[in-house]
Design a protein around this ligand. Structure first.
Ligand SMILES: NC(=O)c1ccc[n+]([C@@H]2O[C@H](COP(=O)([O-])OP(=O)(O)OC[C@H]3O[C@@H](n4cnc5c(N)ncnc54)[C@H](OP(=O)(O)O)[C@@H]3O)[C@@H](O)[C@H]2O)c1
Length: 290
């Protein structure tokens, strides 16, 4: 089985590379942005034609949430045109596309965890382009999975945990917002579920029927917290003593508005794939050294 991974130098891409040795039955083809620029249909066609992948995991994205407000064309190119290109070549080469999307497709006005079928209403350019990317895939390709996830962190790439650890080495006091609620997702846990979709695909598509099987799934670690709670846990497990102050979002203005509540309901993915999901505060300890 050939599995092509785009955006292989990002957090999810590196997490997939980290777990790949556990799956010797899979021939992974890891492509970074230089080898495969998903905004180029021609580039996508060449790579697909060379490797004829059974699955394509799209870990490539424009993820600079605030920067996107000032360069919407760049965000659109990767998150919409790129997603559409991959859907088109996947259709041509009979490849199943696993695409990653985000909690930022929602406005955060709900008070209970978001279901896959809840109405999206992004509040910024990044969320809008991710939503448009989902739609572009849905329009072109039946055989797709879209996994919406949230607050991704890992030892790889740039993320909130790394930022907190860096700030702690530079400052005595750090202020973190405590009125945005979500669920951290360890990128290695996300990588494992993505590979589970790949390895269990044929068995499960027979039991569920493809009509009810493909489509959108939510995935994050279990539980919920604020960014402040998340920061507190990061410092606790790293034995860092620091003056951590909870602040409201209004005291930390950012170019892009974030959803104040973006917890995702994981009932569907747990039921279809028969999985249990680690609680976020458990997962951060489990993956502390990888
Ligand atoms: N990070 C989060 O908190 C979060 C939350 C919810 C959902 N997600 C979603 O999860 C997925 C993985 O995110 P991540 O955190 O792993 O992202 P990331 O660390 O920012 O990695 C994204 C990767 O995509 C590559 N890329 C950008 N433009 C590309 C292009 N045109 N062609 C090919 N590759 C390109 C980047 O390569 P270069 O560095 O070389 O440009 C980078 O390696 C994304 O779909 C993201 O939207 C992330």
């Amino acid at each position: 089985m050939v599995v092509l991974v785009t955006g292989s130098s990002g957090q999810l891409g590196q997490s997939l590379q980290f777990i790949a040795p556990n799956y010797p039955q899979i021939d992974f083809v890891f492509c970074d942005s230089k080898t495969l620029d998903i905004t180029s249909l021609e580039n996508c066609e060449t790579i697909f034609s060379n490797y004829k992948p059974d699955f394509c995991i799209n870990a490539a994205a424009y993820t600079a949430v605030d920067k996107a407000e000032n360069e919407p064309e760049k965000a659109f190119a990767t998150n919409v045109t790129g997603a559409k290109n991959l859907a088109e070549v996947s259709k041509k080469f009979d490849t199943i596309l696993l695409h990653i999307s985000t909690d930022f497709v929602f406005d955060g006005n709900k008070k209970t965890p978001y279901l896959e079928q809840d109405l999206p209403n992004p509040t910024g350019v990044y969320g809008q382009t991710k939503l448009d990317g989902e739609k572009a895939i849905q329009q072109v390709l039946e055989k797709h999975f879209i996994i919406r996830t949230s607050w991704v962190y890992s030892q790889f790439g740039n993320n909130f945990m790394k930022t907190m650890l860096r700030l702690a080495s530079e400052k005595d006091t750090i202020s973190v917002v405590n009125d945005q609620i979500g669920s951290p997702t360890n990128a290695v846990d996300l990588a494992e579920i993505v590979i589970k979709l790949v390895t269990e695909h044929s068995k499960l598509s027979r039991s569920f029927g493809t009509e009810h099987f493909y489509g959108i799934y939510n995935f994050s670690n279990e539980g919920q917290c604020s960014w402040y709670d998340f920061a507190k846990k990061i410092f606790e497990i790293n034995n860092i003593s620091i003056n951590l102050l909870p602040i409201p979002t209004s005291s930390f203005p950012t170019p892009a508005k974030r959803p104040s509540f973006s917890v995702l309901d994981k009932t569907k993915i747990k039921k279809v794939f028969g999985i249990e999901i680690n609680n976020w505060d458990n997962s951060i300890e489990i993956h502390k050294d990888n």
